[in-house]
Design a binder for this molecule. Structure first.
Ligand code: R5P
Length: 288
């Protein structure tokens, strides 16, 4: 049985990157928007009986709907095994009920995906426990290796987690690079502002990277960077898997850091690290 790689409107470069790494062609989904805003999608190639990999970050409501339409069309057109790769999984932070009566939006999306696909791969999903609603054949990749390679290239000699809960990411990156690491303790004050417990960090004269899963409004990075500078860091960079860069983020990051970047799970001019190789490796080893 052969295999085809298709990608949606939010992951064009990454889709091609994954296909290249798998030594195959990538097909863009045919996609149009009607005057009333409704979407039209069409599978552009014959997939009858073929295993299909569909790559699409669900970083907007329209990308989520597009994904559902494509997967349904794949099933209806007789695709073999359908693997959906969601590099950035939107609504991943609404993974439980925080206040009684709330919708667990991540679960809603996962439940639809589990009806429309056979395997699911995400990258650095905020709360991997949501896979319990998908069932078997779901997997989360954390791009430690791609991030570590980039930081080595940049001559980074210390990595910092802005939050204790995310320490595993920084520890794994630091282990690969064989450099020291530490963490801060963060409390969220509002959607855009955070507070951090004052801490003296052993970073004097160091070139430091703050590594996080998501940069949204940039509040976390701005606060962490302030603390690093106070502790004598020479340079401060911000690196994340998912660069949402909402509202004041870019301005804040430009002011607070010596540079910032994300991976290409959300494609932008700041996507300087590609997760294509790590997705292709997982597909080769675990899914194909
Ligand atoms: C939170 O749990 C995440 O790991 C990020 O730290 C958070 O989303 C960053 O948000 P912001 O850039 O708005 O501070």
């Amino acid at each position: 049985m052969s295999m085809k790689v298709l990608y949606g409107t939010s992951s064009p470069k990454l889709g091609v990157g994954v296909a290249d790494a798998l030594n195959t062609n990538a097909f863009a989904i045919e996609h149009r928007v009607f005057p009333d805003g409704e979407q039209y999608v069409r599978i552009p190639t014959d997939i009858k009986g073929e295993d299909v990999i569909f790559i699409q970050s669900t970083s907007s409501d329209s990308a989520i709907l597009e994904t559902f339409f494509v997967l349904d069309a794949l099933q209806e057109n007789g695709a073999g095994r359908i693997t959906v790769v969601i590099p950035y999984f939107g609504y991943g932070r609404q993974d439980k009920v925080f206040i009684e009566g709330e919708a667990v939006s991540a679960r809603t999306i996962i439940r639809v995906l589990s009806n429309l696909s056979d395997s699911l791969i995400t990258v650095d999903i905020h709360a991997p426990h949501v896979f319990e609603w998908y069932g078997d054949n779901s997997m989360n990749i954390i791009p430690y290796r791609s991030i570590a390679d980039k930081l080595s290239e940049m001559g980074i000699d210390f990595v910092l987690s802005p939050d204790k809960g995310a320490l595993h990411r920084v520890k794994s990156v630091a282990d690969i690079m064989d450099i020291p690491f530490d963490h801060l303790d963060k409390t969220r004050l509002s959607g855009t502002d955070v507070e951090m417990v004052e801490k003296s960090l052993d970073v004097s004269g160091k070139r430091v990277a703050i590594v996080d899963d998501i940069i949204s409004t940039g509040g976390t990075i701005a606060r962490a960077s302030e603390m690093l500078k106070k502790s004598g860091a020479k340079d401060v960079y911000a690196v994340c898997t998912h660069g949402l860069f909402i509202g004041p983020a870019i301005e804040r990051l430009k002011k607070a850091t010596d540079g910032f970047m994300s991976t290409d799970t959300i494609e932008s001019e700041y996507s300087k690290i590609s997760v294509a190789e790590e997705i292709a490796r997982t597909l080769r080893e675990k899914m194909l």
